[in-house]
Design a protein around this ligand. Structure first.
Ligand SMILES: N[C@@H](CCC[C@H](N)C(=O)O)C(=O)O
Length: 299
């Protein structure tokens, strides 16, 4: 019989993309896909779109090589327990957790992810407004734009989409009305399937004004979420190419405001391809997971 223990956790969100944060500096927890799915269950668990497993880079086999550059590794898991390369909103919330726990202070830091080391800037917080105050900016690296046409469908409707890789895969479709995406209870079919051998996150986008768009997203491994940071970056890149505002061609940065159901993100792509994403990151609560509950949930 195993000993009953208490596992510390926190709950946080970035534009309402919400996460269970599990600090585990020395990587001692066996966070199986089933355990992640149980934690993210919105009725029987804590609830979240994903888990941010907080591990020292030196203690994680996938991050050891990044340890000299970034002390902390974001071992991100989707709500269904699957692993993803990168999570933009998660990186901001991860940084906010590091600040909350006293591991870092506001200013610049680096975080290791499966998509490489990301630079982070935590803006100065407003006095007396708690950990919710202030934005976090992530250097997201550059986008890859794989060649080839892709199509996104919902019911009888289909749209041409742009294949954008932000470390993780996205299909960005400009639509007439966000309601056309329907309920998004299941993943919208994307073809050809061979364009996304590891699955895909799908963004539906409408224009709101000059360099201002709004989106909905169906996330691989989580379903429809209230926001997706890598998705917002993919959308900004796709919109800039559509608008003839490719910074590599014009020589000037392109900034897009991207409204998501859970708030607003601001994305800037620079002429050298580097993309910066700015938005809020909030720690909501902290507590302890009963290991007995988790064991029962896994039976
Ligand atoms: N919500 C995240 C993306 C999380 C990973 C994604 N579901 C995937 O499987 O690629 C974000 O803010 O970027």
């Amino acid at each position: 019989m195993s000993t009953r223990t208490r596992i510390p956790f926190l709950k946080g969100h970035g534009t309402e993309n919400d996460f269970v944060i599990v600090p585990d500096p020395e990587n001692t927890l066996d966070l199986t896909p089933e355990a992640v799915a149980a934690l993210c269950d919105r009725r029987a668990g804590i609830g979240g779109d994903g888990v941010l497993h907080v591990v020292r880079s030196a203690a994680h086999p996938e991050a050891r090589e990044m340890a000299a550059e970034a002390e902390w590794f974001m071992d991100y898991r989707n709500g269904d327990g699957s692993i993803a390369e990168m999570c933009g909103n998660g990186t901001r919330v991860f940084a906010r957790y590091l600040q909350h726990a006293g591991h870092v202070t506001e200013g610049d830091l680096a975080i290791a992810t499966r998509a490489g080391v990301k630079s982070v800037h935590i803006a100065k917080t407003v006095p007396d407004s708690g950990s919710a105050a202030g934005d976090v900016t992530i250097g997201m690296g550059s986008a890859r734009l794989p060649e080839g046409d892709v199509t996104v469908s919902v019911g009888e409707r289909s749209w041409p989409a742009r294949n954008v890789n932000m470390g993780n895969p996205h299909a960005v479709a400009f639509v007439e009305d966000l309601a056309h995406a329907g309920t998004l209870y299941s993943p919208p079919p994307v073809s050809p399937a061979a364009a996304y051998p590891d699955g895909v996150n799908v963004e539906f986008v409408v224009d709101r004004g000059p360099r201002h768009v709004a989106m909905r997203v169906h996330e691989r491994g989580s379903g429809e979420t209230r926001s997706c940071g890598t998705g917002a970056c993919a959308v900004a890149v796709a919109a800039a190419r559509r608008d003839g505002a490719d910074p590599a061609v014009t020589g000037t940065p392109a900034t897009y405001t991207v409204d998501v159901p859970g708030g607003r993100l601001v994305i800037t792509e620079r002429p050298d391809g580097e993309i910066e994403m700015t938005g809020p990151a909030v720690i909501v609560a902290e507590g302890e997971i009963d290991s007995e509950w988790l064991e029962n949930a896994l039976r």
